[in-house]
Design a protein around this ligand. Sequence first.
Ligand SMILES: Cc1cc2nc3c(=O)[nH]c(=O)nc-3n(C[C@H](O)[C@H](O)[C@H](O)COP(=O)(O)OP(=O)(O)OC[C@H]3O[C@@H](n4cnc5c(N)ncnc54)[C@H](O)[C@@H]3O)c2cc1C
Length: 453
Amino acid sequence: MSLRFVIIGGGPAGTQAATYAARLGAEVTLIERDVVGGAAHLRDCIPSKAMIATGGTLHHFSEARGMGLSTSGSTVDLPELRSRIVAITHRLAESARGLLESQGVELVRGTGRMIDAHTVTATTEDGERTFDADAIMVSTGSRPRIPDWVKPDGERILTTRDAYPPEEMPEHLVVIGSGVTGVEFVQMFSSFGSEVTLIVSRQQVLPAKDPEVAAVLEDDFLRRGVTLYKGARAVAVDRTEDGVIVRCDDGRVAEGSHALLAIGSLPNVEDVGFEAAGVEMDGPWVRTLDHHLRTNVGHIYVAGDVSGKLPLSSVAAMQGRKIAEHVMGLHKVDHRHLDYEKAASAIFTDPEIADVGLAEADAFAMGRKVRVTKVPFASSAKALINNDARGFVKIISDPATGVILGGSIVGPQAAELIAVLAVAVTNGLRVGDIAECIFVHPALSEALTDAAE
Ligand SMILES: Cc1cc2nc3c(=O)[nH]c(=O)nc-3n(C[C@H](O)[C@H](O)[C@H](O)COP(=O)(O)OP(=O)(O)OC[C@H]3O[C@@H](n4cnc5c(N)ncnc54)[C@H](O)[C@@H]3O)c2cc1C
């Protein structure tokens, strides 16, 4: 008899684990209460990137004069933008469903819950169903964190999930939070023509990033007329007759037509039955005991945002794949641990920001000797042809061996270009391995071979 694997939550972690485990021969049931593909497809990554793509097109169009074009003003068609986002998410959900079904995964539309360590129930439209499980994976994702000093109303005080797009285009948006999510929302709404104020709790946007990287973004924000309230924490958000007032702890006040909260997320761990299954928690997170993401109950795993590791879709999917390998015993044959330090990530601002592995600032903080080579896109033929030569490629390597330890790219297509450095960092390649590649000319990727010299 095949191993029975039950998964609660069908985001990137759940769908990847289900597909892979089924391919390896497990009998898989995937319980999803909403849409296959998860919040990643429906509410977070995909709608936000679709909005950024539309905003980016509009913004580039408005800046197209330098390319020998004369342009007249364009505006956003909100109903069409909304339909476009729905169409993309629908298409992705359908393709995820098709893939799962083709692998023989049983898809159950309902809310899953463990009632003991080997039994999961699903509350569906047609009543309750019960499943026995040899292994269980919980990948129920996360939701926006809402502190007690603010009450989102979906109208003028928005969470990220109310903004794809909002009912009306904000005249003046106050974004609270300057991490990855916050800056992406600044980028999209300033591209749409909204006035934007950003509340930045530290002295730099993207406080966790290399200051040189953050500086390029701050320059772009200032160029777009974004107002930055640095060193200020929001402590209250109130509605006025036709807008909002955001009060900060240093006494400053930002008035706008709308406010948007982008201050992190909380894991969806309530009502999943962790207690009934005997799974130990660690505050709001599930305690995991090893890199296979096993809980204290050896055959119950957690993956994705609920695991409290690195909250990225790409990481969630890889965790799902690794768990499927472990459940099916494949780790005994051929298994590479998931190394979070080597996960590439990107911020879809303009210019894009992407990095992987060791950052220069972190190497400095650790007192580690590294070689840093940096090439600006200003010397790239393709960047000049494209009329956008902002940013740079930076490669961090070991001075003794030449092994590439990390890299940052700021500039157009950074999220695509970082793939080259991700391959290098994951596989221990040396700078010489990149320098000897013959890339296309003229192409932005040539900056990578130049930086690897
Ligand atoms: C605004 C925003 C933009 C982002 N952009 C990116 C990006 O560009 N790139 C990137 O890599 N990451 C991005 N992320 C992060 C990414 O969305 C998450 O890391 C990813 O969705 C996590 O995947 P997951 O599988 O853990 O869960 P999710 O995608 O959250 O899916 C969880 C699923 O579980 C279901 N569920 C929950 N409870 C139950 C239950 N009891 N029974 C049945 N089903 C249940 C939910 O309906 C949901 O479908 C972004 C996040 C935000 C907030």
